[in-house]
Design a protein around this ligand. Structure first.
Ligand SMILES: *Cc1c(COP(=O)(O)O)cnc(C)c1O
Length: 394
């Protein structure tokens, strides 16, 4: 015993950034449940429960709805890597960091990338998408429903999928920061493949990530000439584990699945629509609080994502130092802007268990103090006051 590695004692932070979000205590308890074997009939029942609850959260009847082992990027890679074959053309949005990541995954899958050039901070225009489909004749169209790097919610998803389908392309949607927090209706909107993550609006530790694939997409995947380049994420192999056979492929992250099941049970108990409304209501109060502190919205109201707000700081303040003070002095995690907004904005999450009165008031109080201490001419409590008034009005 000569190691000086001490007991694990991470600081007690309030997680109000772009994820991970606050974990619900019931989810943590489920995570701590002793594992059984991944082929134990008891775990097979847990798999069935989780799949049924996932279908409900996505708004889909897709048989092919599973938690992928890994974080949201693994689910993204499963979606892109299975759907895109070498030589396929994929049209991928250019209005944020996660669209860029999707484009890189398309290239690695052997596909050709065409970008839709849209400024950061703005959504895609379905008419422009239609023109781009006309021009590039893509096999796959990617869309980020909730772009966490900018705080943009893609409106008119139905028009997006119609434009793609009219040109014979399948649609893959990133709903990492919307699933369970912001309206998303997979089947009704005609989304062919959707993926998410556990640690955003589902308030679950990262590690098992929702993915749903419809019959059209599965047909394309089954008809591939070349096997999927990733063995681990090959859906036709995963089918043997999550499908009828229940044969070994890889060991499922059992405790992550326990936790995800509990997180989805919470979604089911609250009700999807009630949950969307809670995120809207609490986020509106958070936003009024930010504006009362002198910050300014980066994204127009009609495309503003409730679960992640990007806010410009008063001039003279650097996002990095505000984020540091919030963390070190107040134990509140928020994040700096990214890309085009890295030098001027902060990002504040309003997700899952964090999308409640207590967490947003604590965040606004800490931010008010941080700004007042940095000699910004603002009343430290102005954000809290505005948020409370907004909550009272609703
Ligand atoms: C967080 C996030 C991801 C990636 O998820 P990880 O769990 O970090 O791998 C992908 N897309 C969006 C929009 C995200 O917010």
């Amino acid at each position: 015993m000569d190691s000086d590695v001490g007991e694990l004692q991470p600081p007690d932070r309030l997680l109000m950034g772009p994820g991970p979000s606050e974990t619900h205590p019931r989810v943590l308890r489920a995570f701590g449940t002793p594992p059984v074997g991944h082929l134990d009939p008891a775990f097979l029942a847990v798999m069935d429960d989780t799949q049924a609850l996932l279908r409900e959260a996505f708004g889909t009847d897709n048989q092919w709805t599973i938690p992928v082992s890994g974080t949201g990027s693994a689910a993204m890679e499963a979606a892109v890597g299975n759907l895109v074959e070498p030589g396929d053309t994929a049209l991928v949005p250019g209005n944020g960091y996660f669209g860029d990541r999707m484009a890189e995954m398309v290239r690695r899958a052997g596909g050709d990338v065409e970008r839709l050039t849209v400024p950061w901070g703005e959504p895609l225009d379905p008419e422009e998408l239609r023109d781009a489909c006309e021009q590039h004749d893509p096999d796959v169209v990617g869309v980020v429903h909730a772009e966490t790097s900018t705080g943009v919610l893609q409106p008119e998803m139905r028009a997006v999928t119609e434009a793609a389908h009219d040109h014979g392309a399948l649609v893959v949607a990133d709903c990492v920061t919307s699933l369970g927090g912001v309206e998303f209706r997979m089947d009704e909107w005609g989304v062919d493949v959707a993926y998410s993550a556990a640690q955003k609006c589902l308030s679950c530790p990262p590690g098992a990530s929702p993915l749903s694939v419809n019959a059209d997409a599965m047909e394309k995947i089954r008809g591939r000439e070349e096997p999927v380049r990733s063995w681990y994420l090959d859906l036709s192999l995963l089918d043997e584990y999550w499908g009828e056979e229940r044969a070994y492929h890889h060991t499922a992250p059992i405790n992550n699945v326990y936790a995800l099941r509990e997180a989805l049970r919470l979604v089911d108990e609250e009700g999807l629509e009630a949950r969307w409304e809670r995120h809207r209501r609490v986020s509106a109060a958070l936003q009024e609080g930010l504006w009362a502190l002198g910050l300014e919205p980066v994204v127009d109201e009609d495309a503003r994502l409730p679960s992640l707000i990007t806010a410009r700081l008063p001039t003279g303040l650097t996002p990095g130092s505000v984020v540091e003070t919030m963390r070190d002095e107040h134990d509140v995690e928020i994040a700096t802007g990214l890309g085009a907004f890295a030098e001027e904005a902060i990002r504040v999450g309003c997700m899952g268990h964090g999308a409640r009165r207590g967490p947003i008031l604590e965040t606004l109080g800490a931010l008010g103090e941080t700004l007042a201490d940095a000699d910004v001419n603002v009343e430290a409590g102005a954000g809290v006051a505005a948020a409370v008034e907004t909550l009272r009005r609703r």
